[in-house]
Structures are given as C-alpha cells and as structure tokens.
Ligand binder design. Structure first.
Ligand SMILES: Nc1ncnc2c1ncn2[C@@H]1O[C@H](COP(=O)(O)OP(=O)(O)OP(=O)(O)O)[C@@H](O)[C@H]1O
Ligand SMILES: C[C@@](O)(CCOP(=O)(O)O)CC(=O)O
Length: 446
C-alpha cells in the first residue's frame, strides 16, 4: 500500500530586535515567525513491479530549472549517507541547501532503530512550495484571474529570484528535514507536534543549515522556523564545531550524538512565553526590492566590536536593555509606548552603524520609516536583522483602512523617490513548524 502523501510547513522570520547582538550568547533576540511559509510535500515514487529505484527527487515547481534528482549510498566507516546529484538536461544545477539537508537528515535516519535493514529508503519525491512573499519578482498566479491560487509561478530560476529577506533557506531546510523525518520514520518516532521531535528537528536543521551556509550564524532563523515567535539565546558554536564533515568516517554517529544531545551540550534558549504582538496590531513587512549582502556587514560590525571594546559594549548593553523593554511592553499590550521604545532602539542602531561604518539603518530607510510613522495607524518600524536594504518591519493597526493608507503612501513614495516599495501580505505569526492539509496544494502536486 503506498503511503498517503504528507505535507509540513515552516515559517519565515523577522528579527525585530537583537540583530548582531544575538550572535553573542550574552544577548538575546526578539524573533517573530511569519505567515509566509515554505511547505514540503512528500510522496512515494511509484515504480513498476520488479524495478528498484534508489532515487530521491526534489522539485520546486514555482521556478524554472528547479528539479534536483539524487542517488545515494552508504559512505564507508559510518560516514552516513552520501547523496550524488544526477544530471537533468544539459547542465547540472546544484542546490546546496537541498543536497546538504538530504545528506544530514538521511544520515541521521540511518542511526535510528527504524532504518530498514535493507539499507534503502523508499524512492520519494519532495515538492517545495513557497508563499509568494519570499521573493520580490512580479509573478503570474497559476489559477484563473478570478480564482488565483495562493502560490505563484515565477518567470525565473531560483538563482535570479530577488529575495525579500524572510529566511527562505532556514524555512526550507527545516521543512525539508521535517518532511524527510516524517516520510522515513514512524509517527511514534517523529511527530512535529511534540516537543521532543521539535528538539531533534531544531538540532538537525541547525547542523544542516550551518553546513549549507558554510558558517555558524546565530541560528535565530532556524529557531523561528521550528518554534515560531520566541525570545532566542543562541547555542554555543562549539556544539557544532566538532562534527566531522558529511560522509567522512564516523559522521553518522557523531551527528546522531549531537542531534540527540547525548552530552547535554545544546545550551540554546527558546522562550515563547511573553513574545507577542498586542491584540489589534499587526507586524507587517515592507519590501524595498534590494536585499543586503549580510556577510560583509557582520564581519565589519564584529571587527568594530573587537577594535573598540569599551564603546561597543556600552552600546550593546544599552541596546539589549531597550530590546528587552520593547519585548516586555509588546507582551503587556502597552501599545501607546511602542513609538518611543522603538525610537530609542533605532537611535542606538544608528549609533552602532555610524561607529562601525556599516549602514545598518541606511539614510534612505530612516526617511522611509520616519515618513511611514506619519501615516495614521502606523506606530513605528525597524530595519530588522542585519539591517541594510532588507524589507522593513512595521507595527501597525491591524485594520483595512490602515493597510490602504500604507499602500497608498508607498505608491506615492515609490513614484517620488524611484524604486518599488510595497507592503507584503505577510504578517507576524506565533506558530512554528506544523503538518498541513494536502488540499491547499491542489494543482501543484499530483
Ligand atoms: N523555493 C525554493 N526552492 C528551493 N530552494 C530554495 C527555495 N527558496 C530558497 N531556496 C534555497 O535557499 C537559498 C537562499 O538562501 P539564502 O540564505 O541566500 O536566503 P534567505 O534565507 O531567504 O535570506 P535571509 O537569510 O537574508 O533572509 C537559495 O539559493 C536556494 O538554495
Ligand atoms: C546580523 C545577524 O544577527 C542577523 C542577520 O539577520 P538577517 O538574515 O538579515 O535577517 C546575524 C545572525 O544572527 O546570524
């Protein structure tokens, strides 16, 4: 009997407060999950009787040239599962986030008691469906004009897609890891609704995402993808630094020991209590269709921190206090105090920017935020995360009239200043990873 297809989704993120600081365990970040999700639908590939396939296919049908086919084998000396991409068409088009997630999740599964003694995984297809707000490009909806489906078809390959900065890779790695664990383990061993499974998923997705990115960041984006909105204190980088490279000797047992946290090393702190958007308000995002190269910005800010330890500590400690104060007043619904609390945070973010020479809140974003605050119903906003030209996060009254006023304002702003500024549909959302009903993907998966 073929298994019924399953779907899981993970949300995108916005780091409302705590950019840069959250890289250090002394400080915390205020992270919100977003209603923009990445879903992965897992289905068996039907084979003819007598034919054995060892193939795993991953598709991202909203984009051009977005199918990746993999074979796999057990690497020697407990190296786990090595995946090898098959060529489709005339060129090979790699997706490191997909490939590394496969090799990490499958390697982990081989260490569980549920792995088939036959040393195989049933051939399966994993379809990635992303909410449209992850990308800035104009797109065509796939249904009829009167009845468009929720998911768009983009006229580009993924490498040409303009990202809005909502954390597509973290949501993808988390959802794909959860889909693989759901597909190849019984529900008694993995069920994303339980806390124990969420911990496994979090640790495994952090390990895969760091490997795919080629660096250990703070990991707040994976935390948001798994747990949704939370106050986040990072794990010590040493938790992952001892892992051998994938498919080298002893990778699989080392990964399992790390993910199962045999030595109690994971010191990450995720607090969901008290992280909220006050009733009647919404966290919205405003895309400026630019995006930032955050790697260089992070390097430069950290270099400033080393070069000027006294001054930078003074700014960071005060900024942490202001960030915590914002979290507290949001959770206590003190809506009237938002404007001043965020102004105070922005002031120090700009100070950190001018001291380090990094445009964390660039002047053009300052003028846009300040002008938006004059629109009725808009409280305040920040350039979240690493800052720069990523989409802005705004706290606004959650009603249609405010939405209309903001949209009208942005049209005028774009006309006057040039550039495509627009309100994204996405809103802050509390929930993390979850199982999904299949019906919503009709037309995308057969
Ligand atoms: N819909 C998708 N299908 C397949 N792969 C995807 C999809 N969306 C994102 N990816 C993978 O994630 C990569 C983008 O990751 P990257 O970390 O650069 O962006 P991001 O996580 O959206 O950005 P940020 O961290 O600034 O918010 C893509 O190059 C691709 O490998
Ligand atoms: C600068 C940093 O603190 C936040 C980066 O956030 P974003 O990817 O720009 O949303 C880096 C990190 O936390 O890994």
């Amino acid at each position: 009997m073929p298994r019924t297809p399953t779907a899981v989704s993970a949300p995108g993120k916005v780091l409302l407060a705590g950019g840069y600081l959250v890289l250090d365990r002394e400080y915390t970040g205020l992270v919100y999950g977003l209603s923009a999700r990445i879903s992965v639908i897992a289905q068996e590939i039907k084979t003819s009787p007598g034919i054995q396939l060892t193939e795993i296919v991953v598709n991202s049908p909203q984009f051009l040239e977005a199918q990746w086919r993999y074979g796999y084998h057990l690497a020697p000396d407990d190296g786990g599962i090595k995946v090898t991409q098959f060529q489709v068409g005339s060129s090979i088009n790699a997706n490191p986030f997909v490939e590394i997630t496969l090799s990490y999740a499958l390697s982990y599964i081989t260490t569980t008691e549920h792995y088939k003694p036959s040393n195989t995984f049933e051939p399966a297809q994993f379809t990635i469906i992303a909410d449209n707000d992850y990308y800035s490009q104009s797109h065509s909806m796939t249904g009829t004009e009167k009845n468009p489906t929720r998911f768009a078809k983009f006229p580009t390959a993924l490498k040409d897609a303009h990202k809005t900065g909502l954390g597509s890779s973290a949501a993808l790695v988390t959802a794909l890891t959860a889909a693989l664990l759901t597909q190849y383990l019984p529900t008694s061993a993995f069920d994303p609704a339980t806390d124990a499974s969420k911990r496994i998923l979090h640790n495994l997705a952090q390990a895969a995402h760091c490997a795919a990115q080629g660096k250990v960041g703070s990991g707040f984006d994976i935390a948001a993808a798994v747990y949704g909105s939370c106050r986040y204190r990072r794990f010590s980088p040493s938790v992952l630094q001892g892992l051998p490279e994938a498919s080298t000797p002893k990778f699989a047992p080392a990964l399992a020991a790390c993910v199962n946290d045999n030595d109690g090393q994971w010191d990450v702190e995720i607090a969901k209590e008290g992280v909220a958007v006050p009733p009647g308000l919404a966290l919205r995002m405003c895309d400026v269709d630019c995006g930032s190269q955050t790697v260089g910005m992070v390097k430069q800010v950290l270099a400033w921190r080393q070069a000027d330890p006294t001054n930078s500590r003074r700014i960071w400690d005060e900024l942490q206090a202001r960030n915590v104060a914002l979290g507290a007043l949001l959770s206590k619904n003190q809506t009237g105090e938002i404007v001043e609390a965020i102004n105070q945070i922005r002031e120090l973010i700009r100070a950190m920017g001018s001291e380090s020479g990094v445009p964390i809140e660039p002047e053009s974003q300052t003028s846009l935020l300040d002008a938006l605050m004059d629109v009725e119903g808009v409280h305040n906003g920040v350039v979240p995360g690493a800052g720069g030209f990523d989409a802005l996060a705004l706290l606004v009254d959650d009603d249609e009239a405010t939405e209309r006023r903001v949209e009208e304002f942005l049209v005028g702003w774009g006309r006057e200043k040039g550039g495509a500024v627009r309100l994204l549909d996405v809103k802050g959302e509390m929930q993390g990873v979850r199982r999904e009903e299949l019906a919503q993907y009709e037309g995308w998966v057969v």
